[in-house]
Design a protein around this ligand. Structure first.
Ligand SMILES: [Zn+2]
Length: 392
């Protein structure tokens, strides 16, 4: 909807609101005659003169607060917040709160909007105070989950993970929504990551385990736990965690393979690792698996390695796989042929480097790095390695 379209809808909505207010008022007191307020015509005049901001201000002034117009006031406040005019949103919502005629339920609705206004304005202390008061005063109300959700949003924004975990746990106990369960697990992973950086292995591992208790599908927690075990030289346990991560989400296999290879080599040599690669490639081939297998076959039988790669490329064609094929051909070629292959290899390598490796499955945000929280839509665990011709 264009801006002018939006204002026209608003204009009609305000007129309807005024008319309804007038109708109810007439019912109550047939003797009282109500005319269209002058502010309304002032607003109309501003609208016709393309002074949109002044038009809305005038319309808001013209509309009295009653049960019929309450929703319009609330919608207007939200509209201002979404347009980034936070102070106007705050004024409208505070004006509503000052009205003695609004019900207890309506008051809670306005307070929730006001808390969102404070958060949008960066007034996080005020938002937190308001929400915490509401949370303790309306423990059993229908608004309690929404209050807790806003508090989690606030602590997440502040990166206050301990408080986010405390309120998040309370929230999923009340309403176990998948999105909230996922983000609570990631909050534990954030704490674990901080502890890992300080080499506090035991509490870091505990937080990864808590993350898995909250959300058993949290692949980040399994990869993180494996990393802690690796640092403690517990390679067998690390292998278990990494294999579990592959079961949780095979799309992350390219991330898991380097660490898995290292652990296998430290415990049993590479045989177990190769067997794992072959099994996984049978289930779901990816370039990371194919390239790892080709590198292994090259050590014993170069012809078989080449044959295997060509066959896999037919079944699962990718640019990365093609680059590996040129790499194999390079070692066998000489003279002009070799020079041509070098140019082709460099070209494909540049193409691979330029392509994004990761993408958010929620909003499509692409990137070269893995972010556990999408920088664009702020969803947790939605950024994953890209698959298909240009990816894995
Ligand atoms: Zn996203």
């Amino acid at each position: 909807m264009t801006e002018i379209g939006l204002f026209l809808v608003l204009f009609v909505a305000l007129f309807v609101g005024w008319a309804m207010g007038r109708k109810n008022s007439t019912k109550k007191n047939k003797q009282t005659k109500k005319s269209i307020p002058t502010d309304y015509f002032r607003g109309l005049n501003h609208l016709l003169n393309d002074q949109h901001s002044e038009a809305i201000d005038a319309f808001v002034d013209s509309l009295e607060v009653n049960s019929d117009t309450f929703d319009i006031h609330l919608t207007l406040g939200n509209l201002f917040r979404k347009k980034g005019e936070i102070q106007k949103a705050i004024n409208i919502h505070q004006n509503l709160l000052a009205r003695p005629e609004i019900s207890q339920r309506e008051m809670r609705m306005v307070q929730l909007e006001l808390a969102s206004d404070f958060m949008s304005a960066g007034l996080l202390d005020r938002a937190a105070r308001l929400l915490l008061n509401m949370a303790s005063a309306s423990r059993k109300s229908e608004f309690h989950p929404k209050i807790l959700t806003l508090l989690v949003d606030l602590y997440e924004f502040e990166q206050n993970w301990e408080k986010a975990i405390q309120i998040g746990a309370e929230l999923i106990k009340e309403t176990p929504i998948k999105k909230e369960i996922k983000r609570l697990a990631h909050f534990h992973c954030e704490v674990a990551q901080e502890l890992k950086a300080k080499e506090q292995w035991k509490p870091a591992f505990q937080h990864y385990k808590w993350a898995l208790d909250v959300d058993p599908s949290c692949v980040r927690a399994s990869i993180g736990a494996a990393d802690v075990l690796n640092s403690q030289r517990r390679y067998r346990d690390s292998i278990k965690e990494l294999k579990h991560a592959v079961e949780q989400d095979p799309e992350f296999i390219s991330l898991i393979l380097p660490q898995l290879k290292e652990c296998y080599q430290k415990v049993w040599g590479s045989n177990g690792y190769i067997k794992f690669l072959q099994e996984q490639n049978q289930k779901k081939p990816t370039t990371a698996l194919i390239v790892a297998l080709v590198q292994h076959y090259m050590e014993t039988d170069k012809d078989y390695a080449e044959m295997f790669l060509v066959e896999q490329l037919r079944l699962h064609p990718t640019i990365k796989g093609f680059k590996e094929l040129i790499n194999l051909q390079l070692s066998d070629s000489e003279g002009y042929n070799q020079q041509h292959l070098v140019v082709l290899f460099e070209l494909i390598d540049q193409l691979v480097q330029a392509k994004h490796k990761y993408q958010c499955r929620q909003c499509g945000f692409p990137g070269h790095q893995l972010h556990w929280q999408c920088p664009s839509c702020k969803s947790w665990g939605t950024v994953k390695p890209i698959h298909g011709l240009e990816g894995e």
